[in-house]
Design a binder for this molecule. Structure first.
Ligand code: FES
Ligand SMILES: [Fe+2]
Length: 402
């Protein structure tokens, strides 16, 4: 196909799949060695830099404890200063690569466990090298440990993963151009919030298109309380472009799902749901009925090129008085739902090892096509400096059976 001049990919203007939008997912048979996983080393793992990603749950860092994490194949050490500010450094001492997570943190400064170099945790700046004598001319404060902007929201530690070659201001304060860290929308003062997570042994692209895939529900998530194969029927949903993503326009959710039925009975008012997907990895769903609401966010975060994690957070103001009862039920069903996706991805990974040819079909896989096109167009706009071209040129109605 002839691609538009800037190599941007449109899907509603030209529906043929382009090279740029074709999923080029490769699952390595063996986990790669640490050095081969360095950003920029080896083949392009297809990860999106310069976005916020959830690295850990807030509850995983307490007191002066340091926690190791990994995002986009970058090892991180994460902690919280004594005044409560979360920080993220590359988990590698600039001297000899010792993981800084083995070091000692006093609530302000981090000391490497190998030769005792000391770093300011909030900037990554080195300020002391114990082996230096008064004769040494080394400018200690010009040495930095890798450092990433870090914010805490909704019970997660979010890290802004700057591209390997980009430089943030040395002080590593948040530059003005940095987008705000994501936050889950809530619609009343009182609400409950809960979290679930699960690892998927798959490339981020498969994790994401699995997340937005409308056709697997009746097969993967068969349950009496949700769907069965027999409940398959034709659906028609309107989608519209939003910045960096697309929205399933507000609509009345499918009548065959028990939770929606309950909500409608409670308020007697129409129930609407709206689902957004936005790069790099985020699905937001908002369900409203009268003054009751349920808001959830699922992110699929690349840990390595062959591993990602779904972080699910949900908040609601329904049955607040019954939270002690509702929470365990919610966790039970939520975990089961994620487990079904996880099992599917584990099995799919077996098939993907053989590098099969893959297909995306209309209309059920159109959201996946948009995702690949959004990703390609974002990278293209970053490469050229031109504004990003959205793959949708307006609202579209998709039809599928599920
Ligand atoms: S490796 Fe960290 S101080 Fe030497
Ligand atoms: Fe699923």
């Amino acid at each position: 196909m002839t691609l538009p001049a800037c190599r941007a990919v449109y899907y509603d203007a030209a529906t043929t799949m382009s090279e740029a939008a074709r999923p080029s997912v490769q699952i390595p048979e063996e986990p790669q060695s640490a050095s081969a996983r360095e950003p920029g080393a080896g083949s392009d793992p297809g990860l999106l830099w310069d976005f916020w990603y959830p690295a850990l749950r807030s509850s995983q860092i307490r007191g002066n404890r340091l926690a190791a994490a990994m995002l986009l194949e970058v090892p991180l050490v994460i902690g919280r200063t004594k005044d409560g500010r979360a920080f993220a450094m590359r988990d590698s001492c600039p001297h000899r690569g010792m993981p800084l997570s083995y070091g000692h943190f006093d609530g302000k400064n981090l000391e490497c466990s190998y030769h005792g170099w000391r770093f300011d945790a909030c900037s990554g700046r080195c300020f002391e090298i114990p082996s230096l004598t008064s004769q040494d001319k080394l400018k200690v404060d010009r040495i930095f440990a890798g450092h990433y902007p870090c914010e805490e929201r909704d019970g997660f530690i979010w890290v802004f993963m700057t591209a390997p070659n980009s430089r943030l201001p040395a002080a590593a304060g948040l530059p003005e151009t940095l987008p705000p860290a994501p936050v889950l929308p809530v619609f009343s003062e009182k609400y409950r919030i809960t979290h679930l997570a699960c690892y998927l042994p798959t490339h981020i692209d498969h994790g994401i298109i699995g997340l937005m895939d409308p056709a697997h529900g009746p097969f993967v998530h068969q349950s009496w309380w949700w769907r069965s194969r027999r409940s398959i029927h034709q659906k028609e949903k309107r989608f519209e472009p939003i910045p960096n993503g697309f929205r399933m326009s507000p609509h009345t959710p499918s009548s065959n799902s028990a939770p929606y039925k309950i909500l409608r009975r409670l308020t007697g008012e129409p129930t609407t749901t709206m689902i957004d997907f936005a790069l790099p990895n985020m699905r937001l769903e908002e369900i409203r009925s009268g003054n009751l609401w349920f808001s959830s966010r699922a992110t699929v975060t690349p840990i390595r090129r062959d591993l990602c994690r779904i972080d699910f957070v949900a908040a609601w103001n329904i049955f607040l008085w019954a939270a002690p009862l509702v929470l365990p039920i919610f966790h039970f069903f939520g975990k089961r739902f994620l487990w079904q996706d996880q099992q599917t991805m584990i099995r799919q990974a077996q098939g993907l090892k053989n590098n099969p040819h893959l297909m995306l079909i209309d209309d059920a896989d159109r959201p996946a096509k948009w995702y690949f096109a959004l990703k390609a167009n974002l990278l293209e706009s970053r490469r050229t400096g031109a504004p990003m071209v959205h793959p949708m040129d307006g609202p579209v109605t998709l039809r599928w059976r599920s």
